[in-house]
Design a binder for this molecule. Structure first.
Ligand SMILES: [Zn+2]
Length: 348
């Protein structure tokens, strides 16, 4: 994960790279904020930047520095395959894993989940990915024991030993007490990265021992705001559907897939509404405004949706919404949608 691939959060990112560049790296860092808004992405990009052997610095841009994305450290981090990168996260017993278990028993699934959702999937989405949505996931003592033992090992690559604790507030008391010992006597060359949506349930003794960075909430929750944010994304996407330049379209699909499931659903529902408006306005010979404020577009799109293709367009979007609800692979579903939409738009 590179910082440039994270939406927004430029101030937070610049603070994180500054911490590393100035050599003030804390062995226990907490990123406090919502995963859907990039908290885990920031943690991963931070660790990638930390070990990057060719850090990039930029003059005058919004982003002042980033990892190179090319060196062996960056490549292993991007695949989440770095041997010194460890994870602990909430789990519960499943049909195939029960008895005495820890996060490591679910690592394959977790890695796939992170790569597929671009590290923006929420904890609820993680539970449904594992098929444990009806259970209370937690980080337990067995996880904490592994934190201690994994960080006690010699570094494979000679650099930092990195431990990411995702949803650290899900630690039970036993795990928290065990973690506290590690925080009090950190073994050299280790970095604990706590990613946490709310620190209220966290022991104050833990809170006082970590350096905290707060993720800005840029919230897509309110409907009006969401529409404004989606308008730009939608217009860019529609333009690319007409051009059908594969490389650009794939990049746009990546952007859409980087939204969390709920936002993807909101985005597709929003798109469906706009398409219906286009159909009605087009038939009446009126323009359609997409978005509002800074993100306002007067468009030529109304005439693109007619009696000949409105049903195909609705079908394509409905199918994509269902695929998102089924937790299908977002990139594949959105690419399929792009092809179906592009075909439909040609039939106007
Ligand atoms: Zn690098």
């Amino acid at each position: 994960m590179q910082f440039k691939d994270i939406a927004g959060q430029r101030d937070v990112i610049n603070r994180l790279t500054e911490i590393i560049d100035s050599g003030r790296v804390s062995h226990a860092q907490m990123v406090l904020g919502s995963t859907a808004e990039g908290a885990l992405q920031l943690a991963l990009a931070y660790l990638q930047y930390l070990g990057c052997t060719n850090r990039q610095h930029y003059e005058g841009g919004e982003l002042r520095a980033d990892s190179c994305g090319e060196c062996p450290h960056c490549k292993k981090m991007a695949q989440l395959m770095h041997p010194d990168l460890h994870f602990v996260f909430p789990t519960a017993a499943t049909s195939s894993v029960s008895g005495s278990f820890w996060s490591g028993d679910f690592m394959k699934e977790f890695r796939e989940f992170l790569l597929e959702r671009n590290a923006r999937g929420t904890v609820e989405e993680w539970y449904s990915y594992l098929g444990i949505e009806n259970k209370q996931g937690m980080i337990r003592e067995s996880d904490a024991a592994h934190i201690v033992s994994d960080l006690g090992l010699k570094s494979y690559e000679g650099g930092w030993k990195m431990m990411v604790i995702w949803m650290a507030e899900k630690m039970n008391t036993a795990a928290a007490n065990e973690l506290l010992k590690t925080l009090e006597e950190p073994s050299p060359g280790t970095i604990l990265m706590l990613v946490c949506e709310s620190d209220e349930r966290m022991l104050s003794t833990i809170r006082s021992r970590v350096q905290t960075i707060k993720v800005k909430s840029e919230g897509l929750k309110a409907n009006g705001e969401a529409d404004a944010a989606f308008a730009g994304l939608l217009v860019e996407w529609l333009r690319l559907l007409f051009k059908l330049k594969m490389k650009e379209l794939a990049a746009q699909v990546d952007k859409m897939a980087a939204l969390n499931r709920e936002q993807q659903k909101q985005f597709l529902t929003y798109a469906l509404g706009v398409m219906r408006d286009c159909f009605l306005h087009g038939a009446a010979g009126l323009p359609v405004e997409i978005g509002s404020g800074d993100q306002k577009f007067d468009t030529m799109f109304p005439t693109m949706v007619t009696m000949n293709n409105i049903e195909l367009i609705e079908k394509a979007l409905d199918e994509a919404i269902m695929a998102v609800e089924r937790n299908a692979n977002a990139k594949i579903a959105l690419m399929q949608l792009s092809f179906n939409m592009s075909k439909a738009l040609k039939k106007r």
